[in-house]
Design a binder for this molecule. Structure first.
Ligand code: DLL
Length: 433
């Protein structure tokens, strides 16, 4: 089902005219309301009157996570705070998170986009939607929740964790749609096996998975193990949250970008040059309808390509391919975005350790694991085991507080971690997606 037939099937020409109109008004608004945007545009020598439509988009400067950090927490909001009804946040690159805000209208827009996404993936009124995305500052839980309600489905706000109970609820409530990260879907399948639950005995029909990279192989594995269709949903907090693009059940090849709200560009990450459709590069978004926190040419650091070929589902929106990687070192561990620099930030604040560490990411069955190995300094090297154990627990706690993921901290002897002879390789990711 197409949730918003009028917009989702707009002929390209009408769509581009709409994008142009919305872009012009956005640019004027951020120029007038946000000193930082005004400075950046002045610096680039471009004013609001230079932007007459989407053909002029490339003249505008990019926005990056660093710009968000410089304006932490609310400096890029375009409305007064008393018009902001919700805040969400995702990981920043160091101690402070990236903060995003929504007006009432933004919340409604987002609910519609998520309703469109769920419908795109084949969900409908009457479905029992088991929402195992995390509720909280993360956009996944609440974003999907409002979308499922908007669609008219029944939503079960189960959030993450306690997998056996989740499976019991899926059985008892006859859940038909599963929302969670793809790695959690595999975890659920594994626990079902341990519990002796046959997935075919459930009512589950489709899973709408995202928030972390996953491959075509992983899709096939989930489909086989859970006996469902596994579709891909994409989004990021800075742009709105989940619901920026979603795969359709008819085509199952690429994710339709909701282009009446977001203009997508693909750029060469090294030069910033805009690449033609079909070529792989960094995905950049401009939000053209958001009120509280619009972004202009936001660099996602996600690598993909746009696919302009028409789709059998009837939507005219271009599709993007599944995310193929990132231009930075961000890791996604159990659905949580983790920058190695955040771990470094914690370690640097601990007197007893040296600035030599490695981060090892692995997968235990279907669960991501994170281990941090760090050198202790000479002074405490000879201390009792008890002291060392206390230290490793303390670091573990601080990392958990900052990142929200648990990890193992292994203290190693001074001068045992290999020194770099160029670019330090601090992350070993043994997961095979
Ligand atoms: O992960 C929003 C979301 C929630 C999307 C639920 C889908 C489902 P952030 O926490 O800000 O927002 O993380 C955004 O996650 O830049 C990508 O690197 C990655 N990501 C999100 N969806 C996908 C996907 C949410 N389908 C970052 N495939 C993005 C690959 C994804 N990576």
């Amino acid at each position: 089902m197409i949730f918003n037939e009028e917009f989702e099937t707009l002929p390209r020409e009408a769509l581009e005219a709409l994008q142009s109109k919305r872009l012009v008004s956005l640019v004027q608004r951020v120029y007038d309301k946000v000193p930082y945007y005004r400075e950046q545009m002045d610096k680039a020598g471009v004013g609001p009157t230079d932007i007459k439509g989407i053909a002029d988009l490339h003249k505008l400067p990019f926005t990056t996570k660093e710009d968000l950090r410089l304006n932490y927490p609310f400096g890029l909001f375009t409305v007064p705070l008393d018009e902001v009804v919700r805040i969400h946040a995702s990981s920043g690159t160091t101690g402070k998170p990236t903060v995003v805000g929504y007006t009432q209208k933004d919340i409604e827009t987002w609910a519609e986009l998520m309703a469109r996404s769920l419908a795109c993936a084949g969900a409908h009124k009457g479905d029992m939607v088991h929402n195992a995305y995390g509720y909280g500052l993360f956009t996944g839980g609440l974003g999907a929740h409002y979308g499922a309600e908007r669609l008219g489905a029944t939503v079960i706000p189960v959030s993450g964790g306690n997998t056996k109970r989740q499976i019991m609820l899926m059985q008892d409530f006859a859940s038909s749609v599963l929302l969670c990260t793809p790695s959690y879907a595999l975890n659920i399948a594994e626990v079902m096996g341990e519990m002796g639950v046959d997935p075919a005995s459930l009512k589950l029909r489709v899973g709408i998975f995202g928030a972390e990279p996953w491959s075509q192989n992983m899709k096939e594995e989930i489909e086989k193990k859970l006996k469902i269709k596994a579709l891909n949903i994409y989004g990021l907090s800075e742009v709105i949250g989940p619901g920026v693009s979603c795969e359709c059940i008819e085509g199952e090849k690429g994710l339709h970008v909701f282009e009446d709200h977001f203009i997508a560009e693909i750029i060469n990450p090294d030069t910033g040059e805009v690449l033609p459709p079909g070529e792989t590069g960094e995905l950049v978004f401009t939000t053209i309808t958001k009120e509280a926190f619009p972004v202009v040419r936001y660099r996602t650091k996600d690598l993909t390509r746009l696919m302009p070929e028409p789709c059998q589902c009837g939507r005219t929106f271009y599709r993007m391919d599944r995310i193929m990687g990132r231009t930075d070192d961000m890791l996604i561990i159990r659905g949580v975005n983790v920058f190695p620099s955040q771990i470094e930030h914690v370690l640097m604040g601990v007197e007893e350790v040296e600035p030599h560490y490695i981060i090892i990411v692995d997968r235990d069955g279907t669960l991501d694991t994170l281990e941090v190995q760090v050198e202790i300094n000479e002074n405490i090297f000879s201390d009792e085991i008890k002291v060392l154990e206390g230290l490793s627990k303390r670091i573990q706690g601080e990392i958990k507080d900052l990142l929200g993921v648990s990890c193992k901290v292994k203290l190693v002897e001074p001068k045992t971690i290999q020194r770099s002879e160029g670019k330090a390789k601090r992350v070993i990711d043994n997961r095979k997606l």
